[in-house]
Design a protein around this ligand. Structure first.
Ligand code: FES
Length: 145
């Protein structure tokens, strides 16, 4: 019988400076952890929510109907950090970071584009990329799951 994937993973983010990302595996999925730059945060906050294709945060740490504000895509007091399942919500390809017209992610399969908070902005993807259950357990450690 195959070993079960651990339900939670702890990630040391002490070496992830602003503008850097790392990717960890969680339950067989790639999860990107990005420490955003000041500009990426400003860009994310400046977005008019009425323009969003998917107005829901898709953040497992919040109520299911929480709006997709920049803050709701992150963790309380840790707005620089994006922790997100790096899987395109169209057909499951892996978007490439810091590409496209919105300062976020570009999916090479059919051209969906996501902004600096991982919200879908263009293309066939129907939803923002999913934020998994996670929390900071110290200033430099995140537990996902
Ligand atoms: Fe990403 Fe189709 S799988 S755009």
């Amino acid at each position: 019988m195959p070993a079960e994937a651990p339900a939670a993973v702890e990630v040391d983010v002490s070496s992830v400076a602003p503008g850097m990302s790392l990717v960890v595996q969680w339950r067989g999925k790639a999860v990107v952890v990005r420490n955003r730059t000041e500009q990426e945060m400003k860009d994310g906050e400046a977005v008019n929510l009425a323009e969003l294709k998917d107005p829901i945060a898709r953040n497992a740490n919040l109520p299911a109907d929480a709006p997709a504000t920049d803050a709701n895509r992150t963790a309380p007091g840790k707005q620089a950090w994006i922790v997100m399942v790096q899987v395109c919500t169209h057909s499951g390809c892996i978007p490439v970071g810091q590409q496209g017209d919105f300062g976020g992610w570009l999916c090479p399969c059919h051209g969906s584009q996501y902004d600096s908070a991982g919200r879908v902005r263009k293309g066939p993807a129907p939803e923002n990329m999913a934020v998994p259950a996670f929390q900071f357990i110290s200033d430099t450690k995140i537990r996902i799951g």
